[in-house]
Design a binder for this molecule. Structure first.
Ligand SMILES: [Ca+2]
Length: 509
């Protein structure tokens, strides 16, 4: 009897663990015959609906392409019998304009219905901004509307297909995707029960960072002040001084704020022939340029305009972006210029505007109009909290506006009574040695969706996340935990970086 009872318990447990599966109630192709033109707040036209056969990596699914009025494109992939009763929206990158649905393949393989949107315009490349020229409607869609209406449309189509809506709806994205996630949490808190927001783009901090950093390395003749060799020199000096502060000399700074490095430590001593061209030290203009790069953009009076500049340890990311190999302007100058021309101001100055015309003292506040359309940095997350939703926020410490995310999280925590309260529904993971959304010498790959599922569905909040270092070629390397902010790790053990257990949790005093 006891054996039978145990067997029933085991069966019950296995049912509980397996996804809730159900067969669709509609034929895939028939979805294209349905009208969603009167869907409240999101009138939608289905352009096509067709079955896609299973492969060795993905289950078969119904691929729905549609448009929310007037021109928010999306692709929704609906699993058939493998549906796990859940829905995931995948965020976009940069200025979007491209439907990046393949980034949700892992979730589709887990049984999720998944969707991605172009955010209201079509572009050949995600760094293009020309679509926004005198186009307020597209700016509104990109700013906040597209993500919301595609969530509404997806849920309605999913319900028509499966006969019921999703039991859980999640959002996941990095960069612009992180911004989309925060905008949703702040403005449309009923859309998703769980959100993963990575390296959220702060429209103002990001743009000013492009402008400030790009300009900092150009002299009055538009020649680069720092060269590639100076960046390697700088990186070496920062690591020599600060790498071991966290207990491990591994090319990764656990918390770059703990590093106290002054670029004057590399100043050329005395004057000699060839002073201006030396690469083993920094001349005064180079010291000044490096100081500006580590500092936040500021007015001529020294008033800081964003929470911070580039972090110690991020120097190699300046190559190309700020320090061009040809001795001219880095990519950030073009990024800033393209944004100023077509997107950043309430009235677009257009293609003839150049970066020199921007004046931090005079023009910074003129960015506020578009900032209100697009930014996701209102720290009041009480509406999201009150619905019982959960937020996982993350940012690489080697990414430019990293401090902006720390500042946002601390502000959001203050609204609800401090970090001890905030961790009940929102947790931040600052990832040592990670670049923008990935890359870098630290761990750079995480199962964020799995952590979110555990938290939302089983009440298991993530105190730490295990990260894996993935090389550019896809090879996997070491693993280590990253602790929920403000906790961090100190390596207590021999200098063997492959022992994750030796990264011990530290609680700030
Ligand atoms: Ca280290």
């Amino acid at each position: 009897m006891r054996v039978v009872f145990a067997a029933i318990l085991a069966m019950a447990a296995s049912f509980a663990l397996s996804p809730v599966q159900a067969a669709p109630v509609a034929a895939c192709a028939d979805l294209a015959k349905l009208s969603f033109a009167s869907l409240p707040d999101a009138p939608t036209t289905i352009v096509s609906a067709a079955l896609v056969a299973a492969t060795d990596k993905l289950p078969g699914y119904c691929r729905v392409r549609g448009v929310v009025n007037p021109r928010v494109g999306f692709e929704l992939r609906l699993p058939l019998e493998t549906w796990n009763a859940k829905f995931l929206m995948q965020g976009c990158r940069a200025y979007c304009g491209v439907i990046q649905i393949e980034e949700a393949d892992d979730a589709l393989a887990k049984g999720y219905a998944v969707v991605a949107t172009d955010m209201g315009h079509t572009s050949g490349a995600v760094m293009d901004t020309t679509w926004a020229y005198n186009n307020r409607e597209a700016e509104i869609d990109y700013g906040f509307r597209a993500t919301h209406v595609v969530a509404l449309a997806s849920k309605a189509i999913l319900s028509a297909f499966q006969g019921k809506g999703p039991t859980r709806s999640y959002f996941r994205g990095c960069s612009t995707g992180g911004r989309q996630g925060l905008v949703e949490a702040e403005r449309f808190p009923s859309d998703f029960e769980g959100i993963v927001a990575g390296a959220p783009v702060a429209t103002k901090a990001g743009l000013l960072n492009f402008y400030w950093s790009g300009s900092a390395n150009l002299d009055s003749q538009k020649r680069a002040i720092l060269t590639t060799q100076h960046i390697y020199l700088l990186r070496g000096a920062v690591m020599a001084k600060c790498d071991a502060l966290d207990g491990l000399r591994d090319g990764v700074l656990e918390d770059p704020r703990a590093c106290n490095f002054d670029p004057a430590e590399l100043a050329c001593k005395g004057f000699s022939v060839g002073f201006g061209t030396r690469t083993d030290c920094l001349n005064p203009a180079q010291v000044e340029a490096v100081r500006k790069l580590y500092a936040a953009p500021a007015t001529s009076d020294g008033a800081q305009l964003t929470p911070g500049g580039h972090m110690f340890g991020s120097e190699l990311n300046w190559l190309g972006a700020i320090v061009a190999a040809d001795g001219g302007a880095g990519q950030f100058v073009k990024y800033a210029e393209d944004s100023f021309r077509f997107l950043a101001f309430a009235d677009d100055p257009g293609p003839n505007y150049t970066i020199d015309q921007f004046n931090l003292d005079r023009d910074t506040d003129r960015l506020n109009f578009m900032l209100h359309l697009a930014t996701g940095f209102n720290p009041d997350l009480r509406g999201f909290r009150d619905r019982g939703a959960r937020l996982i926020l993350y940012h690489g410490w080697q990414d430019g506006p990293a401090l902006n995310t720390v500042d946002f999280y601390e502000a959001a925590a203050n609204v609800v009574g401090g970090v001890d309260e905030a961790v009940g529904f929102a947790r931040l993971f600052m990832v040592p040695g990670m670049n923008h959304c990935g890359g870098g010498p630290g761990v750079n790959s995480f199962d964020f969706l799995g952590a979110l599922e555990d938290w939302v569905e089983f009440g298991k909040a993530p105190d730490s996340l295990m990260g894996t270092h993935v090389e550019d070629n896809g090879n996997k390397g070491f693993s280590r935990p990253v602790y929920a902010y403000p906790n961090y790790a100190k390596y207590e053990g021999k200098a063997d970086r492959v022992v994750p257990e030796n990264f011990k949790r530290q609680v700030p005093k």
